[in-house]
Design a protein around this ligand. Structure first.
Ligand SMILES: N[C@@H](CCC(=O)N[C@@H](CS)C(=O)NCC(=O)O)C(=O)O
Length: 207
C-alpha cells in the first residue's frame, strides 16, 4: 500500500495520475495547504520541505517503508518500481528525465509565479506579471516545438507527460490560449482523454 499526501494542485495531481496509470494500491491523506496543515509535525516528518505531494511506500522492494517528497523524485521512484513510463536505460531514459526536469525546474515554478501574481498577490506587480508571463509563453513555445514532431513529449507516453499535463491543465490561470500552441493543444486533448488521467485529476475528492 502507498500513502499519498496531497492537495488539489498540479504537483499533487502528477502523483495521483501516476498511481492511477499504474493501477497501484494507494490511499490518500489530504493536506489542506490553505489551512497550513503542511506545517504539522507529522507531515514534516514525511515531507521536510512542508510541501505536497509526498508518499510513503509501505511495500518497497526491500527494507523499511520508503518516504519521499518532491514530485519528480516520486515519479522516478514509482516508474522504476513498476517498470513503466520511464525506460530503465538508454537514450530514451535520459530524454524523458530531461523533459521531466524541464517541467520541474522551468514550467512548474514559472507558471506557479504567474498564478501567484495574477491570483494571490495583495497588489498588482506589473513587472512580475510581465516577466513571468513572457517566460510562460516562451516555455509553451519550447513545448510546442518539441511536440511538432512527436506524439508525446519524450519517445513514448512517460512521466514527462504525466508531470506536465496537470500544469497545462491550468492554462487559463496563467492566461495561455491553447489554440496559439496547436501541438500542445493536440497533445493536451490526447492526454486528457486517458481514463487514468481523468481519475488522477479528480484526486483529492473534496466535497
Ligand atoms: N518542487 C515541489 C513543489 C511542491 C509544491 O510547491 N507544493 C505546493 C502545492 S503545489 C505546496 O505544498 N505548497 C505549500 C507551501 O508552500 O506551504 C514538487 O514538485 O513536489
Amino acid at each position: 500500500m502507498i500513502d499519498l499526501y496531497t492537495w488539489g494542485t498540479p504537483n499533487g495531481r502528477k502523483v495521483s495520475i501516476m498511481l492511477e496509470e499504474l493501477g497501484a494500491a494507494y490511499q490518500t491523506t489530504t493536506i489542506n495547504i490553505g489551512k497550513d496543515e503542511q506545517y504539522k509535525d507529522e507531515f514534516i516528518a514525511i515531507s521536510p520541505n512542508n510541501k505536497i505531494p509526498a508518499i510513503v511506500d509501505h511495500d518497497p522492494k526491500g527494507g523499511e517503508p520508503v518516504k519521499l517528497f518532491e514530485s519528480g523524485a516520486i515519479l522516478i521512484y514509482l516508474a522504476e518500481k513498476f517498470e513503466k513510463f520511464l525506460s530503465l536505460d538508454g537514450p530514451e531514459r535520459y530524454a524523458t528525465i530531461q523533459w521531466l526536469m524541464f517541467q520541474m525546474a522551468g514550467a512548474g515554478p514559472i507558471f506557479g509565479q504567474v498564478h501567484h501574481f495574477l491570483r494571490a498577490a495583495p497588489e498588482p506587480v506589473p513587472y512580475a506579471i510581465n516577466r513571468f508571463g513572457k517566460e510562460t509563453a516562451r516555455l509553451y513555445g519550447v513545448l510546442d516545438r518539441q511536440l511538432s514532431t512527436k506524439e508525446f513529449i519524450s519517445e513514448k507516453y512517460s512521466i514527462a507527460d504525466i508531470a506536465t499535463f496537470p500544469w497545462v491543465a491550468r492554462h487559463e490561470w496563467h492566461k495561455i490560449e491553447l489554440a496559439d500552441y496547436p501541438n500542445v493543444s493536440r497533445w493536451y486533448e490526447l492526454i486528457a482523454s486517458r481514463e487514468a488521467v481523468k481519475k488522477g485529476m479528480a484526486v483529492p475528492f473534496l466535497n
